[in-house]
Design a protein around this ligand. Sequence first.
Ligand code: 5GP
Length: 348
Amino acid sequence: MRIETELRFDFDDVLIRPKRSVAPSRASIELKREYRYQTTPSEKGWAGIPIIASNFDTVGTMRMATTLHEWNMLTCLHKYYPLEELVAFFTNNPASHSTFYTLGIRDEDFDKFRAFVERMGKCPRLLCVDAANGYTKFFVDRVKQVRAMCPQATIMAGNVATPEMVQELLIEGRVDIVKVGIGPGSVCTTRTMTGVGYPQLSAIIECADAAHGNKGHICADGGCRVPGDAAKAFGAGADFVMLGGMLAGTDECEGEWVIADGKKKSLRFYGMSSREAQEKHLGGVKDYCAAEGKSVEVMYKGPVAGVLQDVTGGLRSACAYVGANRLKDLFKCCTFVRCTSTHNTVYD
Ligand code: 5GP
């Protein structure tokens, strides 16, 4: 046993220090980022606002992908769309340029993916290889197999939370983006059930450093409960920020709505490793496993555009407070101050 005594931080443990500057006007602040990926030809880079909808079966929907495409943002589709629907979507929709095909690590997921590539006659442009635990050799081998099959796709893989595994995925797995986050999700119970996790702000800082030293990128996944958390994630060095719970309950979601007086009141929202999700998609929780997610009801939030407006507005304002003209500059302009509690008001 060993104990690391250096403090690590979550979003709530810090605030961004305001700085004197020639304040850029918020309207002129550029949120669009442009990325070129090492392992793919330069024309396969990407430009847009680096926010990604997470692959919950309620949030990572085709409707979400269509709306986020209009906002120049990205979506990871959930893993449970039938093959035919995926083929139709990727064939007929311009949104497919900003939509990740999400691949789980079960053999069935890989078989479906292989069938998808055969039907399409090509790999998807954006590919997300998703596992709750990105630390296993099995996962790295699966990532390598996918890379060998799709040498030109932009591949995002995770989740991990420490630099050595970021390097492993970038160097051995030849992925373009590493997804970072073990335990911070809004409906995740990994920390409670296993005692395992890593404070998300520190995970982003440490993993971004490891990725950028290897010409890679990271996506900060999980734990953003308010727009300011996304600003902190970018300030800490994230190239992309993934949102689940913040987008849950918007019109673009699918699932079980609670309706009252003919109107949407709330949406049933659950972790993808929760008992509810496993019963729905995998025939139940295996008797040697514990569910590592929970089920909640999230209030109806209206069209996702309202949340996106808050997130983009919050990011622009964060940039203005520290004198950054572009989201790209937020990292270098950002100083965090440690605090006991950030006293966020509830965001709803
Ligand atoms: P949120 O934005 O809701 O805080 O976090 C979203 C992330 O939580 C997802 O992108 C995914 O990485 C993670 N997640 C989703 N479902 C579960 C779950 O059931 N268990 C765990 N441990 N993490 C989950």
